[in-house]
Design a protein around this ligand. Structure first.
Ligand code: C2E
Ligand code: CA
Ligand code: CA
Length: 596
């Protein structure tokens, strides 16, 4: 019979027509609007009430109470008009139905007894529950009209269910059933509206051995563990908080302050029994932030994750937020953000610290050390270099410094000033760059600078993999004709191994050694003397950095330390100042005399 129906609604007209088209009529319609009378199978005249109901339902808020009240209001006149003696809607939906899918299943029953026709349209809902729409009439043809009414009513309920499902899907994490970030936003908004946010503590928790779990026990078990956490949380803290998955194995848990202790305990010893019966200890690291009345979602996330980051760095499992943590993060962020422009605008300046030969006090070299001139203030490297190292930008800086050094050396050469060998610092992280040696060499060659003017300072490395990379780098650099020095020698653990396996030209004794000399015990001096002897026996040059006093200089010279660098002679100098050292007399002996 009918394939499709079309509704023509006329504004402010009491009677409307609903026409059913058969298949042919629909095809005909594709060519041209059907002419009246040609296509009609039959017509039903219905009242404006019906369309009013459709309009009202379409516009109403998709809430059960609203839909019911619209139905209640509009049904009687429609029923009357449709020749229905009775219309009833029976709804039976379990409370948690919205968790399951709606089964799209319509059934229309009809029966006749004593001249009364009964109609029933039933909708089964997957996961339990039904919506039944019932009608009675003494006219058998009212069946079609009833069906029309019932379908419209059903569509409204369907809309309601779908929208509730959608609402839920929007705030729910598919895998675990925990809420997602939108759920967190909603939860926090509600707490803020009711002024209860400060009753809560936010935990940012991450499973530390999750990678291991996935690799060793399989993804399936990994997923189960995530699910179990959401479930377990709900069991333990129903009504006292909620759990939100931010992705991967990262969760935010909001609990009432009084429950924080309990949650801490749960995270400290959390075991999951796998399908295989095996029990696995799941380790967490977490950051905790106790909300105050001003806290919003941003604070909850940022502060609990800042505490978590601090837990990671300090190696502890649970750390509570402190304001300094965010200051660190802000500083880090501002460095990373400003760094590209700083490079571009040459806010990073190279300072040169003289190196003085101990036997004749001649300026024989210098170390290039960078300074960031930020808003007229000098930012020391210890404030930004560790950040750049951590976030992988240090190579950019190091190559930039090399280029600046080359530009300066080129300038001196062009001005007829004889430069001294300048050492540049190369971070261990730079070894991740493929062809690092070639890269360095290309920059230097761009300025046509004799390789004898450049020395590369590398720090001690740990681990055999890094060590072999470093051996290769040093070989490459030496093949290009650069001198290599090992920086901060003696501060690491692998010092003697380094000495044996690395083909460096110069050993720079760590500042800590020289500092200790002032409070010198006899044994310190013996160690120093022998280290210097050993290095010299290996035909390497020894340089002492961080030399601040006359006594230190005296001792270092007496044990045969070749070169001295430190505040005693000069701090790192801006280029212009260092220029003076290069152009004037290169001997510090004359300056020593004037000092006296
Ligand atoms: P470093 O390579 O060990 O550099 C020596 C540091 O000791 C410099 O600190 C220098 O100013 C300081 N110093 C020199 N003489 C004395 C002294 O007599 N007493 C004391 N107390 N300190 C002295 P600075 O310039 O603050 O640099 C710190 C560290 O930052 C450097 O340690 C180096 O590791 C890193 N750095 C600096 N520039 C660069 C760069 O361009 N690239 C890389 N990768 N690291 C750099
Ligand atoms: Ca250095
Ligand atoms: Ca050093």
């Amino acid at each position: 019979m009918s394939e499709k129906f079309q509704v023509n609604s006329y504004n402010k007209v009491d009677k409307c027509t609903i026409s059913w088209y058969n298949k042919n009529a629909v095809e005909y319609k594709a060519n041209k609007m059907p002419k009246k009378g040609v296509h009609n199978m039959y017509e039903i005249k219905i009242s404006k009430d019906f369309f009013q109901m459709i309009d009202a339902m379409a516009e109403t808020e998709v809430k059960p109470s609203q839909i019911m009240s619209e139905l209640k209001e509009h049904t009687p006149p429609i029923a009357e008009n449709f020749g229905l003696e009775k219309v009833a809607v029976e709804i039976n939906i379990p409370h948690d139905m919205i968790q399951s899918e709606v089964k799209k299943h319509l059934q229309l029953f009809d029966s006749e007894r004593n001249g009364i026709y009964k109609f029933e349209q039933k909708h089964d809902i997957r996961g339990g529950g039904t919506i039944k729409i019932l009608g009675e009439s003494n006219l058998s043809e009212a069946k079609e009209k009833f069906e029309l009414y019932a379908k419209i009513a059903y569509v409204m309920f369907d809309r309601l269910l779908e929208s509730q499902l959608l609402d839920r899907a929007l705030v729910t994490d598919n895998l675990t059933g925990a809420k997602n970030i939108y759920g967190l936003r909603k939860f926090v908004d509600e707490l803020k509206d009711t002024g209860n946010i400060s009753d809560y503590a936010a935990f940012f928790a991450n499973i530390t051995n999750f990678k291991y779990v996935n690799q060793k026990l399989g993804m399936q078990n990994g997923d189960n563990i995530l699910r179990s956490l959401a479930q377990r949380f709900d069991e333990e803290f129903a009504g006292e908080g909620d759990i939100f998955r931010l992705g991967s194995d990262n969760f935010i848990m909001l609990v009432k302050r009084g429950q924080a202790e309990k949650l801490t305990e749960m995270l400290k010893s959390y075991y999951v029994t796998l399908d295989s019966g095996e029990s696995v200890h799941i380790h967490f690291k977490a950051g905790i932030y106790y909300a105050d009345s001003d806290s919003g979602i941003k604070e909850l996330i940022n502060y609990s994750t800042a505490a978590y980051s601090s837990a990671k760095v300090s190696g502890r499992d649970l750390v509570q937020f402190e304001p300094e943590m965010i200051e660190d993060e802000l500083r880090t962020e501002s460095i990373l953000e400003a760094f590209p422009d700083a490079l571009e605008n040459h806010e990073l300046k190279v300072f040169y610290q003289p190196k003085v030969r101990s036997d004749d006090l001649k300026l024989v070299g210098c170390e290039a050390l960078c300074r960031w001139i930020k808003n007229g203030k000098i930012v020391p490297p210890m404030e930004f270099i560790p950040v750049l190292e951590r976030y992988g930008n240090i190579a950019q800086l190091d190559l930039y410094v090399i280029e600046e050094v080359c530009r300066d050396i080129r300038g001196w050469l062009d001005a007829g000033i004889e430069p001294v060998r300048t050492s540049v610092n190369i971070s261990r992280r730079d070894m991740a760059l493929p062809d690092l040696a070639k890269c360095i060499c290309e920059i230097i060659d761009k300025y046509q600078i004799d390789h004898k003017y450049i020395e590369i300072e590398l720090t001690e490395t740990y681990g055999s993999e890094e060590m072999s990379k470093m051996v290769k780098l040093i070989d490459d650099l030496k093949n290009y004709g650069f001198k290599i020095s090992i920086d901060d020698f003696g501060s690491g653990y692998s010092t003697l191994t380094m000495l044996k396996s690395i083909n460096a030209d110069i050993i720079k004794l760590d500042r800590a050694f020289i500092k200790d000399l002032s409070s010198s015990s006899v044994s310190d001096r013996i160690i120093m003397r022998n280290v210097v002897n050993m290095v010299r026996d290996l035909s390497k040059e020894v340089i002492a950095e961080g030399t601040e006093t006359k006594e230190q200089v005296g001792f270092l010279s007496s044990i045969g330390c070749d070169v001295i660098q430190g505040y005693y002679y000069d701090p790192p100098l801006p280029k212009e100042k260092f220029n003076e050292r290069l152009t004037n007399d290169k001997f510090y002996s004359t300056r020593e005399q004037t000092k006296k």
